[in-house]
Ligand binder design. Sequence first.
Ligand SMILES: Nc1nc2c(ncn2[C@@H]2O[C@H](COP(=O)(O)OP(=O)(O)OP(=O)(O)O)[C@@H](O)[C@H]2O)c(=O)[nH]1
Ligand SMILES: [Mg+2]
Length: 696
Amino acid sequence: MKKYTVDQLRNLAVVSHGGAGKTTLAEAMLYLSGGVDRLGKVDDGTSTMDYDPDEVKRKSSINASVAPVEWNNHKINFIDTPGYSDFVGDVVGALRVADSVMVLVDAVSGVEVGTELMWRRIEEYDLPRMLVVNRMDRENANFFKAVESLTEFFGNRVAVAQIPVGEGDKFRGVIDLSSMKAYMWDDASGKNYSEVEIPADLLETAEEYREKLVEFAAESDEELLNKYFEGETLTQKDIEAGLEKALLSRSVYPVFCASGLKLTGIQPLMDAIVSLCPSPVSVGAVKGTAPGSEDVVERKPEETEPLSALVFKTMADPYVGKITMFRVYSGIVKSDSQVYNASRDRTERFGQIFMTKGKQQVPVSEVGPGDIAGVAKLAETTTGDTLADKDNPMILPRIDFPSSVLSMAVRPKSKGDEDKIGQGLTRLMEEDPTLKFDKDAESSELVVSGMGEVHLDIMADRLKRKFGVEVVLEEPKIPYRETIKNTVNVEGRHKKQTGGRGQFGHVWIEMSPLPSGTGFEFEDKVFGGAVPRQFIPAVEKGLREALPAGGVLAGFPLVDLKCSLYDGSSHPVDSSEMAFKIAAQLALKKGCTEATPILLEPILKVDVTVPEEFMGDVMGDFNKKRGRILGMEPEGRYQIVRALVPMSEMAKYSIDLRAMTGGRGMFTTEFSHYEEVPGSIATKIIEEANKEKEAQ
Ligand SMILES: Nc1nc2c(ncn2[C@@H]2O[C@H](COP(=O)(O)OP(=O)(O)OP(=O)(O)O)[C@@H](O)[C@H]2O)c(=O)[nH]1
Ligand SMILES: [Mg+2]
């Protein structure tokens, strides 16, 4: 691969609602720019970009992958991302390292749920953006209707930059409004196209939209604006220069049109990316911090600056090992060298560095500022880490991955595979920061959390394919607790006479409830040595050891209670630590029974963001789920509903919310506190828990 200067690079993340044709467009660009000899297709599994077996099987992208498109002496790093919302982690990684973003919408559907969700992520990164109405060849394709929906959702910065010649099966070309030329394709190869005059019937429309586009271009630059007001005609160069500025300042979102599948409109689209999207030079210096401090460090996108690079994606392969993808912001990384990971304060051995084209690895000797590359088999580096110059280290902001929305317990199909699951999941987590797993200390279940059902299903597929272990996914157990409601005084007496030396321990304990979240407290209130000093620690120990399974209702952990030891008696020979431990535990059990034991359940704090029209449904649903609405708050076109809801009601919320809002909602949860379970529900939970215990 040719070496490009920094200003010749374009890092473009491509996002859309699932299936709008991102991968097909990447294939078209690779093919038409000469990057591949054969056109890859998603539908027949020959895609260069969707090469992962899970992607081939689903005919849809799961991973972000980079296609280097070499065009007009520039290199576009086309970062193809998955559209399905369960794989949003890779979108976030791609947006983090991109300098601009291209949003695709389907020419029939216009803006869809996924487009809206992606847009919100793009806004978080505030990236310059261009829009493409794709799949223009489809029956009922309607460019201007799609533009209308783009304007409705994304406002009046949306400006038409091209208009199509024909729609549906008559889609033959595009009119470029800065050059006022039409480009027409007349053979299926997509390679040959001709520049012609604008067809007469489209001239008026073209002029009308050009006027608006020129205004956007002019407004970005004082000189242009003067020229424009003095009535001078802006040249194509003027307009492109103006639009480039307007794009960078986020004051315009130009709209293009294409058909990736029919290879129509692709070359002008690549031209537009090169001429309008910012290079790393236009984006300028990045900011980070010096390790271990808050001091801001800046790095310009230049080779002579100290190295700074961010790892945005890790792929784990059981055979090849780990592949680390990174974007360089400043300085140079060389193959076969030592590279410092500033986030971990570790030096890594870099072997051969390569650029990727789907699964194909193109070796390079070095990679410079602004470019994206990969390296295999790093020992400790993970996604989000900063690679830097050891003598001038800096740490770039990490990638803010969304928190998980669905948790499931994983169980092996065949007994004895527990260890394999743990190892497999650890590897899968390395490549997927939105996947978490934990062994629940209480239930000893392995609980995995992710971005949705499909995400976790694919995790299960991968465990099988990559690590040879078959698993079953189930709803995880809810970590209930037990406590008491009243204060009681109880006696615990342990006496045993078996031949030789006997056992004797005897205590009086006052048990009282503590405020929620306090845990356990022990107090020694013994006067006059009724319980000899040396046995008091044993009493406390006995109580503490009994707490984890100490509840009398269903054996859930006991919390929020205080035990005050205030009396008892001992035997000069038979008393022992063990005897007092047992006596204390007897008292605890008795006390729990007498002090009105209750069941506690975890309550989550839930924040749901939905378009306004779904607010009523979301709140009604929370009422059914025994939730308490804390408040509402508008956020742009959305409303945030905050509520407290029992965890047991939220197990499948990602699915419920998707059904309620057609996928247009997002939510986060966070543990809040424990609360008493209402009577009839508690009875049921206790019955089930006891049944399960008996079965074991
Ligand atoms: N008619 C038509 N179909 C297209 C076009 N582009 C893609 N498709 C089809 O639409 C489907 C999805 O295309 P992909 O390229 O996989 O779309 P994607 O945006 O990468 O999808 P995800 O990765 O799942 O988000 C496939 O069946 C493609 O053949 C197009 O320009 N016209
Ligand atoms: Mg795709």
